[in-house]
Ligand binder design. Sequence first.
Ligand SMILES: [Zn+2]
Ligand SMILES: [Zn+2]
Length: 132
Amino acid sequence: MATYSGGCLCGAVRYRASATPINQRVCHCRLCQRAIGAAFNARVLFRIEDVTFDGVVATAHSSADLKRGFCASCGTTVFSRRDAAGIIGITTGSLDDPSLFKPEMHIFTASKQPWVKIDDGLPQYEHAPPPA
Ligand SMILES: [Zn+2]
Ligand SMILES: [Zn+2]
């Protein structure tokens, strides 16, 4: 079991998870694009209780049931969290070792940016993937 540690750009927020991820996905939805400020959100999903945080994390809703968490000082987005489902998606760009990320699928590719060419052979879903 790998340890996933990371933090924000300025170092005020740090996190750590020693757990097997629930899943690892690349989300191309517009909400992720705006929240991350990039073409897609590669995120590792954990149970909320498996991730511990240090520092001041501010949150904002990007939809009714989803909160984005970001460093209150530098603004780095470190997670998206669904409290009702008990899950939290860590942004892989904030990992100390982003190469730990092992993507399993691409989701919401209907809003994928046209210059992003996917050739990794992984499953692609135009919207939400089917329930596991
Ligand atoms: Zn910061
Ligand atoms: Zn998304």
